[in-house]
Design a protein around this ligand. Sequence first.
Ligand code: ASP
Length: 584
Amino acid sequence: MYRSHNCGELTAAHINTEVTLSGWVQKSRDKGFIVWVDLRDRYGITQLVFDEERTSKDLIEQAQHLGREFVIQVKGTVIERASKNPNMPTGDIEILVSELIILNKSILPPFTIEDKTDGGEDIRMKYRYLDIRRNPVKNSLIFRSKVSQAVRNYLSTEGFIEVETPYLIKSTPEGARDFVVPSRMNAGEFYALPQSPQTFKQLLMVGGMDKYFQIVKCFRDEDLRADRQPEFTQIDCEMAFVDQEDILNVFEGLTRHLLKEVNGVEIEKFPRMLYDDAMRLYGNDKPDIRFGMEFGELNAVTQHKEFGVFNNAELVVGIAVPGGNSYTRKEIDKLIDWVKRPQVGALGMIYSRCNDDGSFKSSVDKFYDQDDLAKWAEITGAKAGDLVCVLSGDTNKVRAQLSALRMELAERLGLRDPKVFAPLWVIDFPLLELDEETGHYHAMHHPFTSPKPGQIELLDSNPGEVKANAYDLVLNGNEIGGGSIRIHDKATQAIMLKHLGFSEEEAKAQFGFLMDAFEYGAPPHGGLAFGLDRLVAILGGQETIRDFIAFPKNNSGRDVMIDAPAPIDDDQLTELSLKLNLKS
Ligand code: ASP
């Protein structure tokens, strides 16, 4: 028996008990005649004591030679500590050791394995198995397990069946590049790893499974913007015989359950917002509604004066910054520099100070009088003491820029409290999105999303206006889930694919299996998928998903621990009928 107890459970109630513990040496303090060792396992830390008066010299000597991260087993008696540590669950006791066995030695770890470590991120990624011994990482993984468990419990209770779908498949169009896998047995042919199980879950509905879920890995070969991973996990769900309302209710229920189970937070009904309103009021389809600072559109009250910048703009839009009138001129100039950074891309920023006496002082006083500025304040909801910040230009760009500014200011003002949860549904997304570069439309969600009833005719005349039965679940400014009611008949699916630029042959080659299935009695169906990594991170009050993934990849998609991706040898290439054609 390696242990009678773990390192986190012994308290004063165990005094005088004989115990056996196993774990890692976190650190030791050697006073010569007395040695203390912190013994760590997954459950906590227990202090061991070896002293001259009560243990043999031999044993003290052994203890003196223990290095950090040695794996040891001890037998001993639980005794009361002379100086207690109220911050530790085991802080009232220590173990007077009578027997010590070294189970395995450790070389000196490359960073200290304590809550506050001296190791930078790169080194901790390389030695992730050591990092996992640290509380912050360990607790995140335990937290993730708790969320997954709560998901499984809830969905199983609701009658969902967990079904696994294959990883070696063919391209699924979620808008990213595929990772491909060469097939040895079918020379020259490749599998694609699923960007999501989208088509399979729809086929499960055709198969009559009715309520499906799966906690599943998805693979997308994207340029990794910060905090994305090439492989990530979805809670993937689909239901048959449902409309949008049914889906929103079921998965609002799941999210509410998680918030309650995991965070002890009860939220009644999630608000719903039209996509068009989210864009108009927050410049963003995933608005953070933990705070206000809603956009106020100012075209009508700015474009009748001599100020060319506003007159020539498609959109003039502002936000009120609470308490922003206290900013010095220098601080405002810095803010202007901030919006002009290439990452944000604004050409400049106009502002109006809302003074305590009800007057205004703007950077464009030459063009706008007090009455004009009073209207700016009214429309943006600015009060005395606030600052109105105004951007102008092309609608889409300006909205994105002001949204970035809104989030930045809210962060600086401490309005993005990770302990506050503000979920909402954003509904009625457009079906199609114009790719400004190519001039082509592509599916905003994916090609299997159904247009709103009666709107399919609009596809020819005004494709950008067609709305979809598509919805996103947003939590604290992050999209944590998204889905749609699907097309479930071959004719509509064919029209949709035609509008997305597929020839009939291409449509058949890529999605023939799905369209064929639709001819055998496909039920109406719909679903959604949550991004589990991000959901867990937000519920855990953190920003980065990497902290909640046991073995994450870095920003270049590398696993620096196992050193992947890596070249394969010539024999393997030959076996796969592959020849490399590297440029450099
Ligand atoms: N497959 C979709 C996605 O990965 C989710 C869905 O439509 O259910 O975003």
